[in-house]
Design a protein. Sequence first.
Length: 125
Amino acid sequence: MNYYFTIHERLPSLNDYLNKCKFNRHIAANFKRRVDRDICSEIKFQLENIHITKPVIIHIKWVEENKKRDVDNVYSAVKFIQDALVKMGTISNDNVKNVIDVKNEIVYSDNKKSYVIVWIEEVEN
């Protein structure tokens, strides 16, 4: 089975998060909570109580509005996505038994909007 959802915003990069951490750990924690809340909201609205019990491969298409961010900084937001999937109960855990791979792809938007498309692919044990 395959499941899809879209995050209708540009997720923060590793540099964005590290800058918050340098400034103040409470600000960094609030920043992560806000990002988690936003992603959880998208999951709740689009996947409606889906609970996946099989191992998965997560495919992520990062649609970027421009080429200003380094690829590794963009991909670092996988952590936010996986944490939100666990928080919402979509997957039970984000360890290697449950998430066996994450595949990333970056494309650049013609309409100058950033968003993220997530495809969760169940795989047989």
